[in-house]
Every structure is written in structure tokens, then in C-alpha cells.
Design a protein around this ligand. Structure first.
Ligand code: SF4
Length: 346
């Protein structure tokens, strides 16, 4: 089986009923579709609420954009000094070399940028400018490769990028944000790992997974190959209605990470991406779920619940004390101490 990319392929694989096709085709005109064989194989066709299907199979609800939703929900573009770089915090940058993913998540916060109609792959001139920017800013200690998914790049391309980072002394840490070890575990082979490590820097992988079923034996084996090669792994998950908004599911997910030698890191409140309101919970619901994890699972398994403040102000850690009420609105503070209303008034 190959990756499913069209409504017809989804129907043929038993992931869309004939009466759903028109709605899915309308979504396909606007947003990219990809369901990898590993994820298609995990979906229970008999369950209309399957949490894996909900993440990857388009839903006509995606065509309804709410007034609070925005094309660039976390303000990448307003913090992009040169194409492919996002410099939001002083000591680290995002390097977005590619805007292609092995799967397209229906709740993606960069859904307007990724996919065949997205921002594409950086040209060699743009890459030169991105590396010149990193080299010219000695305060950049960490480079985070994201996108898109950087592990769709070939070992040779990855190795070239890593060699360029190797030449920049002040960069000490390289981090990859990826779904590949879970959704295309067979890609994590010796050649890819060698390419990832070519910089010689301390290398981290943050694995994006949202449901414990994604940590299949093949996914766990792929992660073991990374960890055994000396790469440190962290988790990233998005809190999603109908996928993991249940304390038992979240507890199993965090335990599955720890069993796989992945340190739970961020649990993201869903962003205000267009057409994603059917995935979104309130901050109050999120806080209740996270509170339910305390006492239920080991301290090793506790994620940090964060909100990316709309507009690009960075992350706010959501704790019982960090969300305040002001004039009937909720506010959160950014890392500079500035207060922001959430959800923002448009
Ligand atoms: S893998 Fe990441 S960037 Fe790609 S569609 Fe999913 S959330 Fe978006």
C-alpha cells in the first residue's frame, strides 16, 4: 500500500463512504491530504469515531472558518527575518527547509503553509540566506528543524544541511520536530540517522504523536534506533477533542512515550488554525484533563501544558494560576510578562 492522497484513494481503502466523497473533495481543494500506510492500517473502519481517522481523514467541518481563527495562528510570518527562519525567542530559531509532511494532520497549525500548494522547499539561495542568518547571530544556541517534517528529506539532503550547521560554532543543539518515527517508521534507518547526526552537535528529536495507538511496535522500534544512536527524544502532542481529550487516553499516551524512552515534553492547546474548531477544547477543559493526570501517572509521565499565544508572542505554560480573568475575559502572560486576552478579540 502507498500513501493515500486523494478522496478516491481514501474511498478505495475503506476510509470514506461514497456519500462522504463530495464533502471530502471540497476539503481536498483547499488542504493537503496524506495518510501513510502505517496510519491507514491502524484505523478501525468499524469505528465512526476512530481517533486515528479523525487526525488524518478530511472532514467537511474543516471548511467552516471561525472569526477567531487565522491563517498564521502562531505568528510565524511576523517573526521571520529571512525566508525559512522563524526567530521568536532570543536563543533559538526554527529552520523550515521543507513544507512537505508524510501525513497531513487535519488540525495542523501550519495548514496554510504545508502541502503541495504550500510554501514548498527552500531554494538553494534561500537556504544560503537562512544559514547566513544563523551564522550571523551568535545568540542562536539551538536550531529546530521543523516545517513540514524535516525527516522527509533524503539522508543526503539532511547530511548536507547538518554539515552546514556543523560549521557554525555557536549552535550547540539541533532539534528535529517530526512525526516520521510513528507514521513512517521504516524511514528511520542507519543512513537517515547518520545524516541527522552529521552536525556533530547534541541532537534531539521531538516526536509528535497524539494517541497511544500511534506508538506501534514498529514505531517503538524506530524510536529505539534513534535513542540507541545517542539521540535524545522528547514528545509533543496536541490536545484534541475526539482524539485524546480523556484522562485515560492521555495517561496511556504519556506512559507509552516513557516506555519508549521519550521524555514527555509539550502538550499543546490546539491553535486557532482555520477550520479546526471541531478539535478545540476550552482552556478550562484542558486544565481539568491535565490536573487529572497528576496523581494518576508517574512524575516521569507529566507533560507541560502550553498555549502558543496567537500572534506569535510565544508559549504560555497553562497552570491553575496562569490563566486570569479580566473584565469577563481570560488572559495569559507571555515570556516577556505581557498579558494577552485568550481567545483574542479579532
Ligand atoms: S506533521 Fe506537523 S506540520 Fe505536518 S501536517 Fe501534521 S502538524 Fe502540520
Amino acid at each position: 500500500m502507498s500513501t493515500l492522497r486523494t478522496p478516491a484513494e481514501l474511498a478505495e481503502a475503506g476510509l470514506a463512504a461514497p456519500e462522504e466523497l463530495a464533502g471530502i473533495e471540497a476539503v481536498a481543494e483547499r488542504y493537503a491530504i496524506a495518510v501513510s500506510p502505517a496510519m491507514a492500517g491502524l484505523i478501525d473502519r468499524a469505528d465512526p469515531n476512530d481517533p486515528i481517522a479523525r487526525q488524518f481523514v478530511p472532514d467537511p467541518a474543516e471548511l467552516a472558518t471561525g472569526p477567531e481563527e487565522r491563517e498564521d495562528p502562531i505568528g510565524d510570518l511576523s517573526h521571520s527575518p529571512v525566508e525559512g527562519i522563524v526567530h521568536r525567542y532570543p536563543d533559538r530559531v526554527l529552520l523550515k527547509a521543507v513544507h512537505v509532511c508524510p501525513v497531513y494532520c487535519r488540525f495542523c497549525f501550519r495548514r496554510e503553509m504545508v502541502g503541495p500548494q504550500g510554501l514548498g522547499t527552500l531554494s538553494s539561495g534561500a537556504l544560503d540566506r537562512a544559514f547566513a542568518y544563523i551564522g550571523g547571530h551568535p545568540e542562536i544556541w539551538e536550531v529546530i528543524l521543523t516545517g513540514g517534517d524535516p525527516l522527509v528529506l533524503s539522508p543526503r539532503r539532511l547530511s548536507e544541511l547538518m554539515q552546514r550547521l556543523a560549521a557554525i560554532d555557536h549552535v550547540k543543539v539541533v532539534r528535529f520536530h517530526t512525526r516520521v518515527p510513528a507514521v513512517v517508521p521504516e524511514r528511520i534507518d542507519e543512513a537517515l540517522i547518520a545524516g541527522m547526526k552529521e552536525s556533530g552537535k547534541t541532537t534531539y528529536v521531538a516526536l509528535h504523536a497524539n494517541h497511544p495507538r500511534e506508538l506501534t511496535p514498529a514505531a517503538r522500534a524506530a524510536c529505539a534506533r534513534l535513542v540507541d544512536a545517542g539521540i535524545v527524544m522528547l514528545s509533543q502532542s496536541v490536545l484534541l477533542k475526539g482524539v485524546n481529550d480523556d484522562p485515560d487516553v492521555l495517561a496511556s499516551l504519556m506512559r507509552a512515550f516513557v516506555e519508549t524512552r521519550i521524555r514527555p515534553y509539550y502538550l499543546h492547546h490546539p491553535d486557532l488554525a482555520p477550520g479546526t474548531s471541531h478539535f478545540r477544547l476550552s482552556l478550562e477543559e484542558g486544565r481539568r484533563l491535565v490536573a487529572a493526570l497528576r496523581g494518576r501517572i508517574s512524575g516521569l509521565c507529566q507533560p507541560t501544558y502550553v498555549l502558543d499565544i496567537p500572534g506569535g508572542y510565544g508559549k504560555a505554560v497553562i497552570t491553575p494560576d496562569s490563566v486570569r480573568e479580566r473584565d469577563g475575559c481570560q488572559t495569559v502572560s507571555d515570556f516577556r510578562g505581557r498579558e494577552h486576552i485568550y481567545p483574542p478579540e479579532n
